[in-house]
Design a protein around this ligand. Structure first.
Ligand SMILES: [Zn+2]
Length: 298
């Protein structure tokens, strides 16, 4: 009974923190986009003036505060407009002030992060008792928040902002060091992590070089560094790569058949790589064992 109560408390805590951090992630993505447009404008790069005018509101004095604004009318959201999911549902997905639809972006990212938190707990592949292990879990959740922002940004604007890619790599490095310290084999673990980075970033680096940036962007290469560090093992990195391409085919082939996608359409690789990595972390080890036993190698 006590055990069950504890489990319920853990799940409720994971859902609530996931929703709250998902809400933070959603607001951060818009702010990052506004900054990106501002910097493009400053550097004379291509940018959409209409989009800039809309998002400029987010770059006021309060950039650093947690407050967000309505992109249409500039209405400053109050605390009761910022309750994850609840506010969106109670407002019917519309701004309280101007009734303009807010879009499904915010609730989706909130739900996504909450689901990631819960699934991470359910499918956590190693122990969760020692301080090291719990620290690893918490860092992984933090990485999940960054991955959610990268996922959303890349899916929407075909770009992986440097700030986020670097943040992910730093968290990944911390995890690799932590896992190494815990197992008492820092050097071996770091070498293994370097192998994983080689697999995930290496292939995309080759594709980037071969296509001169037409097939994949350099952002995908940099993303591979952070994702490789998160996985630590090069075998799991291969699984992640395989799953990313597999999911990609599942999405792309039906779209192509329905003629919704042209051969020249751009596909953001970031979200696929992120999904592949998360799945590889959850089920990669049993998947590999199953595959190897099928080949008669075990
Ligand atoms: Zn409004």
């Amino acid at each position: 009974m006590m055990m069950l109560m504890n489990e319920i408390i853990v799940y409720v805590a994971l859902v609530l923190t996931g929703l709250a951090l998902g809400s933070f992630a959603g607001a951060s993505v818009w702010r990052l986009r506004a900054r990106q447009l501002e910097s493009d404008k400053k550097h004379g790069d291509d940018y959409d003036p209409k989009e800039y005018k809309r998002l400029k509101k987010l770059l006021g004095k309060k950039v650093r505060s947690d407050r967000s604004r309505c992109l249409e009318c500039g209405y400053e959201l109050k605390w009761y407009d910022l309750i994850p999911l609840v506010s969106w549902i109670s407002l019917g997905g519309k701004c309280r002030s101007c009734k303009h639809p807010i879009g499904k972006f915010e609730p989706l990212i909130e739900l996504g992060v909450a689901a990631f938190f819960v699934l991470s707990y359910m499918f956590w592949p190693s122990g969760l008792t020692s301080g090291y292990e719990i620290a690893h879990f918490v860092l992984w959740l933090a990485a999940g928040v960054v991955m959610a922002m990268l996922f959303a940004y890349d899916a929407k604007w075909y770009l992986l902002p440097d700030r986020l890619v670097v943040a992910l790599a730093v968290i990944g490095l911390a995890i690799a060091v932590l896992v190494g310290l815990n197992s008492g084999t820092v050097v071996t673990t770091l070498l293994s992590a370097v192998g994983a980075v080689g697999v995930l970033a290496g292939l995309y680096a080759v594709l980037y070089g071969a296509s001169r940036g037409r097939w994949v962007g350099f952002g995908d290469v940099k993303l591979g560094v952070g994702l490789g560090l998160l996985l630590i093992s090069w075998e799991l990195a291969f699984v992640a790569l395989f799953l990313a391409n597999f999911i990609g085919c599942l999405i792309v082939i039906p779209l192509m058949l329905a003629k919704k996608l042209k051969r020249t359409s751009r596909i953001p690789f970031g979200p696929l790589l992120i999904m592949g990595t998360i799945l590889a972390w959850f089920v990669g080890t049993p998947l590999l064992a199953w595959y190897m036993s099928g080949l008669g190698l075990y």
